[in-house]
Design a protein around this ligand. Structure first.
Ligand SMILES: C[S@@+](CC[C@H](N)C(=O)[O-])C[C@H]1O[C@@H](n2cnc3c(N)ncnc32)[C@H](O)[C@@H]1O
Length: 324
């Protein structure tokens, strides 16, 4: 009962949603001491966070913000102070070694199901942007959860998969999505290693078919990819890969290769955060020049969100087809 009361804040805490945007208004103030205790138990003390902790600086920011929200209370529960002191003590103990560049995030799905991912604590790490999960991947995940018929019996190949969230979601046991083989790929070897780790975190002892497959695929080396080891892809996914125009020609070459291999019997869903309208437009023009038909996916913005998404920047999802 208590944990339901704090379900939104718990969901946001576990995936490190920005503290200044959290659903603090869902708290019915004043909070009795036992409610304060229950809120800490649902967030910092949550078993997932105890086993696979979220970023330490995030936990500290969360507790400080909570103390601010409760500033007019005569008394704060000891667990609030203990959470903060625990974080600060760890920080000073670790003062000599550099803070960890990886931490965990937990994306809560329906009921108590979740995906746990190890992610980089910074946006660019080990020379790639792919070691943390971006809004476009969450938006595409929402879109697929709302339109599961788009996956019906399809073998999926993801390009630039980063942390692997989408592929792990598509094969999540509790969701029972009607998908075929799922192959998640990235050009960065650090991402491939991380995706593999994240697969292990979410699919303990599962059979080979029940888990996503993971491989390195650099777009400019698409011809060298061991295609015969995988099912022919029917659906390509790519999230937040349109930001660097020096990569456009290799991404287009990779798409051309796969569409030709499949005699155009495949399609792609491309999700992009609209940061620079010109960059996106430029890629769409190049897609059309390569003979693709680009259709915006209907009602993406009003798509129900299963994740805590920061919707400050819009995400555009398009479907890419090529007619014979
Ligand atoms: C901004 S990240 C997006 C990661 C993930 N799709 C997401 O939305 O969370 C872009 C990803 O594209 C990958 N990438 C960029 N250029 C690539 C290339 N030429 N070949 C393969 N992957 C590439 C990067 O390694 C990185 O993982």
């Amino acid at each position: 009962m208590e944990s339901n009361k704090f379900a939104k804040l718990r969901q946001q805490f576990l995936c490190c949603y920005p503290v200044n945007k959290m659903a603090w208004s869902t708290l019915q103030l004043p909070l009795e001491l036992d409610e304060q205790r229950a809120l800490i138990a649902a967030t910092c003390g949550h078993p997932l966070n105890q086993q696979f902790p979220v970023r330490r600086s995030y936990q500290e920011a969360f507790v400080k913000r909570l103390m601010h929200v409760l500033k007019d209370h005569d008394e704060l529960h000891d667990d609030i102070y203990n959470s903060l002191c625990g974080q600060l003590a760890k920080t000073s103990l670790d003062a000599a070694p550099a803070p960890s560049i990886y931490a965990y995030k937990h994306y809560m799905l329906q009921s108590e199901e979740h995906i746990t991912l190890r992610e980089s604590t910074s946006f660019v790490c080990e020379g790639t942007t792919g070691l943390c999960t971006w809004e476009a991947a969450l938006a595409l995940a929402d879109y697929l959860l709302e339109h599961p018929s788009q996956l019906e019996g399809k073998n999926v190949l993801e390009l630039g998969a980063g942390t692997g969230l989408l592929g792990i979601l598509l094969k999540h046991k509790a969701l029972k999505l009607p998908v075929g083989q799922v192959v998640i790929t990235d050009g960065s070897s650090a991402c491939v290693k991380l995706m593999q780790e994240n697969i292990c975190l979410n699919f303990e002892n599962d059979s080979d078919e029940a888990t996503p497959k993971c491989a390195q695929l650099r777009w400019h080396e698409v011809k060298e990819f061991p295609w015969s080891q995988y099912a022919e892809p029917d659906l390509l996914l790519a999230a937040d890969v349109i930001y660097d125009d020096t990569q456009f020609s290799s991404l287009l070459a990779a798409l051309d290769f796969v569409y030709e291999m499949r005699s155009n019997r495949c399609e792609a869903l491309l999700a992009s955060t609209v940061r620079n309208v010109d960059t996106l437009h430029n890629f769409m023009v190049q897609l059309e020049q390569h003979g693709y038909q680009v259709t915006p996916c209907a009602n993406v913005s009003c798509c129900k969100s299963h994740f805590c998404r920061d919707t400050t920047a819009a995400v555009q999802i398009v479907c890419i087809k090529r007619l014979n």
